[in-house]
Design a protein around this ligand. Structure first.
Ligand code: HEC
Ligand code: HEC
Length: 377
């Protein structure tokens, strides 16, 4: 009986062996081809769960400011579920056609008759743009800054990274300075930056927010359903209601009565924490005073002011600090021993009197006074 199952001829054995081998390869190939699909399904499930977790974290922690539907809340926080954050361009087709036509137009080989045609089409496209823009009428009543013709939040901010990293880093670090143009700032959420959330939670939140993207399907209704757009801040001095700065913007510092400013400052109580936020934020103080390369370092500032600068200038330490912020070129701090070259590369801006209120100057001073550690040398 078994005998019959055994192939006698060597040719038959080879044939059976080859067929078995081929069958194996087909099987392996089939599994390999399907593995991609299986993994993709797995990843999709993984992403779906991450988005779900992100949704509940969002409802619990973020909706009070950004709104449960992420369309923002007036005066509290900007929309995240918005064509602006995702950079949707409602005019992309018009822009593309204009580009093609314009490059054809400047081509020397283009005939004058064709140029006339091109100009006619360009005029039509401009009409089309205006007609489309008119559909956004509802935007007028929405607070914040959104111009459908400058459609990308990230490019408007000069941010070159991906939207994912923009969201994730915003979550990690918050926007400590946003209290200067919002009632409540976006705080740091990442444990990395002293916040309450783990990295995987921030990634869940990021996946949740990214899931609002509609690709090419964003509509005008989406744009006008937003309750609050971001506030664009060029300079904190320009944001919000007019501010009572120490001097009008761009006042020549040589014309400021510094003694009077020092006296007036006596009426203000500084808060070092606010001062720190100002110092590290939009004023750019930290950028220059970071590591003793382009400016005297922050560390030991107050010790230096008390022990070296005040005696050298005959001013009180407070007065010296006020002078050096409001009129930095009056007395240029010598470089050594803090840095090698005494002629600092970018001079300290001389416009802070026009950008700071007395309260902010007092806050900055209070912060500098906490740097009474030994002077690094
Ligand atoms: C106390 C109010 C408040 C809470 C709570 C809050 N945010 Fe914000 N958030 C803001 C404000 C205000 C801004 C705008 C900051 C700015 O313009 O610099 C902002 C900005 C953002 C941005 C950047 C948007 C943009 O267009 O640049 C993201 C993303 C964001 N928040 C996500 C979150 C997430 C996720 C949570 C919950 C973990 C959260 N926020 C909780 C107030 C808040
Ligand atoms: C563009 C770079 C730059 C920026 C921005 C800048 N500084 Fe300066 N700062 C300098 C340089 C350079 C010096 C040293 C030359 C001098 O005394 O003017 C200086 C000097 C000072 C001094 C005197 C330090 C000493 O050792 O005597 C103080 C105090 C000071 N800056 C505070 C600030 C504060 C506060 C801000 C933000 C409101 C700020 N700086 C922003 C470059 C800068």
């Amino acid at each position: 009986m078994l005998q019959r199952l055994i192939f006698e001829k060597i040719e038959q054995r080879i044939l059976v062996g080859t067929l078995a081998f081929l069958a194996m390869m087909v099987l392996v190939g089939w599994i390999a081809i399907n593995e991609g699909g299986r993994m993709a399904a797995f990843e999709q499930q993984f992403l779906a769960r991450s988005i779900e977790r992100g949704a509940s974290l969002f409802a619990a922690n973020c909706s009070s400011c950004h709104g449960l539907d992420s369309r923002g809340l007036g005066g509290r926080a900007p929309a995240l579920n918005s064509p602006y954050l995702f950079g949707h361009d409602y005019f992309a087709d018009i822009r593309r056609e204009e580009q093609t036509l314009n490059s054809e137009k400047i081509n020397a080989a283009t005939s004058p008759e064709r140029v006339v045609e091109i100009d006619a089409r360009l005029a039509e496209l401009e009409n089309e743009r205006q007609a489309r823009l008119a559909q956004f009428g509802g935007l007028e009543n929405i607070p914040g800054d959104y111009d459908p013709l400058a459609p990308s939040r990230l490019s408007n901010l000069g941010y070159a990274g991906s939207l994912r990293s923009y969201i994730l880093t915003t979550l990690i670090h918050g926007r400590p300075n946003s209290s200067q143009y919002w009632d409540n700032p976006m705080v740091a959420w990442g444990q990395l930056a002293g916040g309450p959330m783990r990295m995987d939670q921030l990634e869940d939140l990021t996946n949740y927010i990214l899931n609002y993207d509609k690709g090419d399907a964003w509509t005008v209704e989406d744009a006008v359903a937003v309750r609050q757009y971001p506030i664009t801040v060029v300079d904190i001095a320009q944001a919000g209601p007019p501010r009572e700065t120490i001097a009008p913007p761009d006042t020549d510092p040589t014309t400021i009565d510094l003694d009077a400013a020092v006296a007036e400052l006596g009426n203000f109580q500084g808060n070092p924490q606010t001062g720190q936020t100002l110092y590290n934020g939009a004023l750019g103080c930290a950028g220059c005073h970071l590591n003793a390369i382009v400016a005297p370092p922050l560390e030991g500032t107050w010790t230096r002011v008390v022990e070296t600068r005040a005696p050298a200038t005959g001013l009180s330490p407070e007065a010296y600090a006020v002078h050096s912020i409001l009129h930095p070129n009056e007395y240029v701090a010598p470089g050594a021993p803090y840095i090698e070259q005494a002629n600092y590369a970018p001079a300290m801006p001389a416009n802070f009197a026009g950008r700071l209120t007395y309260q902010e100057l007092a806050d900055l001073l209070a912060f500098l006074q906490t740097h009474d550690e030994p002077v690094p040398g």
